[in-house]
Structure formats: C-alpha cells, structure tokens
Design a protein around this ligand. Structure first.
Ligand code: ATP
Length: 313
C-alpha cells in the first residue's frame, strides 16, 4: 500500500539572522520541495513511499538523497552530470517574515523526463501524488507527469494532484488549462482557496470544491489555511476548522496536510477522519520552522488530538 510521488527537490539556504541578505553572515543548509515534503510526511506516518526525481551530481543532490533515505523515503534518482541541483534562498527581512529566491532555471530537477521514471514502482503503488509545480518546470517534466498518470490509471492507482500554483514559474493564463487537464485526469484534487478560484472562477470554498468535482475527480479538498479545509468525497461534504496553534512557520503546512490525508485514505478511513488527521498534520507543521522538519508521526498526532475534536459537519 505505497505512494509514489515525483517532482523537483531543491537545496535550501536559510538566513541565520533577520536582516538584509547581503549583510547576513551565514546561512543554514537544508532542502525542500513540495513532493519530497509530502513523501517525508507519509514516511513519518508509516506509509511506504518513493520519491522520483533528477538531482545534480553535486553536494546538494547527495544531501537531498541522504536526507530522504534517513527519513525512510525510498528515492528513485537519476543523477544529471550536466546540470546542478536547484537552490532556493530564504531571506528573513523582518521578524516572522520570509522571502524566497529561486535558482532553478535549467536545473537537474527541471530536466526530469519520462525515461527517468521507474514505472514498475508506479504500477505497484496505491497512490500516485503529483503537483502543478512539476507541470510548470519544463516540457519534459510535463511529459513525465503524463507518463506517470497514464501508468497509474492503467494499474488502477489513485491519482492525487495538488495544484500548488507557482506564479514565479508561469502565468495563470499558461497554467490554468494545464491544471484543469490534470484535475480532470486525477481522482483526488487538493487546491488552496486562491488556486481553486483560479481554476473555477468561484469565490466560495464549497462552490469551488463542487466546480472542481465537476471536472472529474471523485475527491476534492480545498485547503483554507487558518480557516481549515473543506472536502467532498463519497457524496459527502465535510468541513474541518483549523486547530488553534501558535503558528511559527506556515510553509509546508499544505504538504503535511496532504500527507495526513493520503495516509488516512490508504488506511481506509472515512472522509471526516482523513480531514481531521490532515488538519492536525497541517497545524503541527506550523508550530516549528522548516518546510518538512515539523511533520508529525502518529504519536505526535495522537498527543495533539487529545486536545479535542475539530470536525464539524
Ligand atoms: P503551503 O503551500 O504554504 O504549504 P497550502 O496553501 O497548500 O500551504 P494551507 O491552506 O496554508 O495550505 O494549509 C493546509 C492546512 O494546514 C490548512 O487547511 C489547515 O488545516 C492547516 N493550517 C495551515 N495554516 C494553519 C494555521 N495558521 N493554524 C492551524 N492550522 C493551519
């Protein structure tokens, strides 16, 4: 009962101090990437998971592969000897604020192509999880997405798609038709409220979810940050409020949320439970810095949920 995800992971340099980046004396080293964040979240919840991607033949690439293995994710990596692993720099201009710069054009990860995929692993998976970021990075990456979706469909796997719009990678005009096509081929779609509005033109989360469901997926989840989430599946609509936490760093909340939802889906849990665990994972992920470092394991969720049941129907 495994999950396969594919995408680009990037080296991450975070300013060790608040202030202008050019005056910061040192940077902390790490990595991130929506799909590998989800993979780590799933591994922590005990789900066997493969992350597929292309990494440079460089220190950042080795760091990413090492860390994924250390977290229990099975990496399926193509080493690109002629392009580097992408980088992102996180600057902290003021307390509680951050600004990210990307150095990813022409990167190894963006050169992923269908031949890089281990399609046997896709065939064996229960869920294939994808994001719109992969569709944005290159034409060959879009072909890799197509090949993975096609294979998953033939094998009867659940295709999960998180829109994850990145306006720095492409315009809404370019992106929306691609997102709509991917949503139509997916069984499960996750979208933030803004992304759902982009896809549907609707303003209300319930109307957004219904409009996305009308495109084809049987499950739709609209993520609403500190307002919680709304889900549609099995003819049921469920709203879940966010848990009240002292949010320190909300980056990665959406990926932790997706991991929680997918773990419960694989465990056969009904929609309210899927959303409740997802919301707990999202909230816990906000309570410590890092894109994936704060993603919880089952024990952390159980302790957190002892505080009360947030599901409202
Ligand atoms: P990102 O791309 O930044 O990781 P996202 O836009 O995909 O995030 P969000 O809607 O921000 O996703 O967050 C996902 C879920 O995490 C929310 O539906 C909510 O349950 C939980 N969450 C997010 N922010 C908070 C918060 N400040 N307090 C509590 N829970 C939160």
């Amino acid at each position: 009962m495994s999950v396969v995800t594919l995408g680009e992971s990037l080296g991450l340099l975070v300013a060790s101090r608040i202030g202008r980046l050019e005056l910061v004396p040192s940077m902390d080293l790490g990595f991130g990437g929506a799909e590998s964040n989800v993979a780590i979240g799933l591994a922590r919840l005990g789900v066997p998971v493969t992350w597929m991607g292309r990494l440079g033949d460089d220190a950042m690439g080795r760091l990413i592969e090492r860390q994924l293995r250390a977290e229990g994710v099975q990496p399926s990596v193509t080493r690109d000897t002629s392009a580097p692993t992408a980088l992102m720099l996180k600057e902290r201009p003021a307390s509680g604020a951050s600004a990210i710069s990307y150095y990813r054009a022409g990167s190894a990860g963006s050169r992923i192509e269908p031949a890089d995929l281990d399609l046997d692993r896709v065939r064996a998976a229960r869920v294939l999880h994808l994001t719109g970021i992969t569709a944005a990075v290159s034409e060959s990456a879009r072909r890799a997405l197509d090949a993975a979706v096609e294979t998953a469909h033939q094998a009867g796997a659940v295709v999960s798609f998180d829109v994850n719009h990145r306006s720095r990678l492409w315009s809404a005009e370019e992106a929306v038709p691609v997102y709509r096509a991917l949503a139509a081929r997916a069984d499960l779609v996750f979208a933030g409220e803004d992304e759902a509005e982009l896809l549907t033109g609707e303003h209300e989360p319930a109307a957004q979810a219904a409009a996305i469901a009308a495109m084809g997926p049987t499950q739709v989840v609209v993520k609403r940050g500190e307002h919680g989430a709304i889900g549609f599946a099995e003819g049921e609509r469920v709203e879940v409020p966010a848990f009240a936490v002292q949010a320190l760093d909300t980056v990665g909340a959406g990926d932790a949320f997706v991991a929680g939802y997918l773990a419960e889906l694989i465990a056969g849990a009904p929609l309210p439970e899927r959303l409740r665990t997802a919301a707990a994972c999202g909230a816990i992920a906000c309570t410590a810095p890092g894109d994936w470092e704060a993603a919880p394991d089952r024990g952390a969720i159980a302790r957190f949920l002892d505080a009360g049941d947030p599901v409202q129907r």
